[in-house]
Design a protein around this ligand. Structure first.
Ligand code: DAT
Ligand code: MG
Length: 195
């Protein structure tokens, strides 16, 4: 066994010492790249983030505000901003700017400006990813039961709630909806939610 190990070590040293410097550099760069990618992915998945959640006009009209807030509270997220507001067409067009080329855009803006909405910011570990899971798929027919859309709606054009789809869009949306800033506070539940 010892002999075999020694032989392998010898062969490895031999091949290593014969490898061109550029190959070793490429290999090291690959290792560094993979490590960095892993660190970034881990940071995004597990860090504390704030997510912009909005209860759309149909959610407000149908009396689902309490139910939706309850789910985020029960999950363990912390509410750091909230308002009932009807900000108008220009604001909604900014909010959905990335969808402006879609055929449904005009209808979406009409729907989103048809009544007040409740805008909120929830904070917690992996809030963006978890928030999207809690909302369910965009198409209610594809949303799993147990998710907000799966439980409470039927059509995509009346899918009752919005949630930021990435950390970057959450930051943009929070700046758009809450230019006054968020409320910073310490939750006494923290040690009971996080280990
Ligand atoms: P999500 O709200 O899940 O982030 P999205 O950003 O792609 O989905 O679209 C924003 C909203 O636009 C969505 O909640 C409802 C509406 N929408 C999306 N796709 C649609 C479609 N094919 N027909 C009608 N409305 C649509
Ligand atoms: Mg979206």
């Amino acid at each position: 066994m010892e002999q075999t190990c020694k032989r392998y070590m010898y062969r490895w040293r031999l091949s290593y010492s014969h490898a061109p410097l550029s190959d070793i550099c490429s290999f090291l760069s690959l290792v560094i790249f993979l490590l960095a990618a892993h660190l970034i992915a881990f940071h995004h998945a597990s860090s504390f983030f704030a997510v912009d959640i909005m209860i759309k006009p149909d959610g407000v009209q149908r009396g689902l505000v309490g139910e939706i807030i309850k789910r985020f509270e029960q999950k363990g997220f912390k509410l750091v901003a909230m308002k009932l507001t009807a900000p108008g067409k220009e604001h909604m067009e900014k909010h959905y700017a990335d969808l402006s080329s879609k055929g449904f855009f005009a209808g979406l803006i009409t729907y989103m400006t048809s009544g007040p909405v409740v805008a909120m910011v929830w904070e917690g570990k992996g809030a963006v990813l978890e928030g999207r899971k809690m909302l369910g798929a965009t198409m209610p027919s594809e949303s799993a039961m147990g998710t907000i859309r799966g439980d409470f709606c039927i059509e995509v054009g009346r899918n009752i709630c919005h949630g930021s789809d990435s950390v970057e869009s959450a930051q943009k949306e929070i700046a758009l909806w809450f230019p006054e800033g968020l409320t910073s506070w310490a939750s006494c539940a923290n040690p009971w939610v996080y280990e």
